[in-house]
Ligand binder design. Structure first.
Ligand SMILES: Cc1cc2nc3c(=O)[nH]c(=O)nc-3n(C[C@H](O)[C@H](O)[C@H](O)COP(=O)(O)OP(=O)(O)OC[C@H]3O[C@@H](n4cnc5c(N)ncnc54)[C@H](O)[C@@H]3O)c2cc1C
Length: 345
């Protein structure tokens, strides 16, 4: 799937920038309608993305659960600042797509119990156990299966080491100056082929930006290096209105070690019962929110900050000692996290 190249000027029906879960799902759906799709990733591997590193799981519906309940929980997690219509679509369509598309069509093999039933875990603010997972490497399983299907699809051309630099628009790039008075249309993107060191024109009737988030703009981040907000910047330069850019969601807990990078310690550990502890040994979340260790991420992050600012140590602890009492074998349930922590023992 990687290592392909195309001519300096290349045309397809749709250009998709970014091959994480959003880009791959979009490519597969469009290819079903026999559209020719070009899917690009600026990194050397087609699967390199935030998606690859997702640990905890993906939201579906659990037992005694409903899309109404899910919708309420999403609103609460968004501090009631979310777009209600979008939340309702997500709550209604999301779990259905996880089942019909990711499980039935793509073949994602979520963790099952001894009876062969899908297992659910919990994460912050969810009032039901409704998160499907694959141990603690859910994203890796999802993106590997998606990439495999993408690779086999004759309607999709995947280009790695291809960085979109800017969108080609009639407003900016037309040879007819009077076009600036007309509606701005996107005709594709200028893309740098970093192997051939050449800028190419990837033209398309439709262009989709699926470039992920902006985490790598911060000094400390759980995101991979590719998350630099390129799509937002390109869209802004093309005249799109950017909203809610001030809402950056932080993972509250990462590994803290002088020499280690900030490896995520998934929220699902708290979903299974782990609790935050300050340096005095107090389970401090009780002071901050009735949902305690499963409060919304912004509440948890502020509480951790508050606790840290009372000491000069710069960290708090996560107590997972009670997981065994709950019948959870930590090395088996969270193998990636367990091994990563052992590396820095
Ligand atoms: C460590 C970690 C753990 C997470 N755990 C969970 C979890 O348990 N559950 C959950 O729901 N979510 C989780 N998330 C969030 C989740 O991974 C993301 O929300 C999701 O993967 C975003 O998918 P995406 O396709 O929009 O973006 P991405 O997966 O980031 O894909 C974007 C792609 O665009 C490419 N790209 C960017 N700019 C350009 C450019 N200029 N030219 C070409 N290509 C470009 C990137 O290389 C990348 O391949 C986690 C995230 C991280 C980092």
């Amino acid at each position: 799937m990687s290592g392909k190249t195309v001519k300096e000027r290349y045309e397809s029906d749709t250009l998709i920038v970014g091959s994480g879960i959003a880009g791959c799902c979009c490519a597969l759906k469009l290819a079903e309608s026999n559209l020719k799709v070009t899917l690009i990733n600026k990194m050397g591997s087609p699967t390199e993305s935030n998606t690859l590193y997702a640990q905890g799981g993906i939201v579906s519906l659990g037992e005694q659960d409903s899309s109404e309940l899910l919708s309420q929980d999403i609103s609460l997690a968004a501090d009631h600042l979310g777009h209600q219509e979008a939340i309702e679509i997500l709550a209604k369509e999301g779990p259905k797509l996880v089942n019909d598309f990711l499980i039935d069509q793509v073949g994602v093999d979520f963790t099952k119990n001894d009876k062969g039933e899908l297992q659910h875990t919990s994460e912050a603010v969810h009032s039901a156990r409704r998160v499907l997972f694959v141990k603690d490497h859910t994203g890796k399983e999802i993106i590997s299966k998606l990439a495999h299907r993408v690779e086999k699809n004759p309607n999709i051309t995947v280009l790695t080491n291809h960085t979109a630099i800017d969108l080609i628009t009639t407003g900016h790039h037309s040879q007819t100056p009077l076009n600036v008075y007309k509606e701005n249309k996107c005709l594709g993107a200028y893309v740098l082929d970093t192997h051939e060191n050449q800028v190419k024109m990837l033209l398309a009737k439709k262009t989709v930006l699926a470039t992920g988030g902006v985490g790598s703009l911060f000094l400390y981040t759980s995101n991979p290096a590719c998350a630099t907000g390129d799509g937002l910047a390109m869209a802004y330069r093309a005249g799109a209105k950017i909203i809610n850019a001030e809402y950056v969601q932080f993972h509250p807990t990462t590994l803290f070690h002088r020499d280690a990078y900030r490896f995520l310690i998934s929220e699902s550990l708290r979903g299974e019962g782990a609790r935050l502890l300050n340096l005095k040994g107090e389970h401090f979340m009780e002071k901050y929110d009735p949902l305690k260790d499963l409060a919304p991420r912004d509440v948890i992050s502020r509480a951790i900050y508050e606790e840290i600012s009372r000491t000069d140590q710069g960290y708090v602890m996560l107590d997972a000692g009670n997981l065994a009492d709950r019948g959870i074998n930590l090395p088996q349930r969270f193998p990636t996290i367990y091994e990563k922590c052992l590396e820095w023992e």
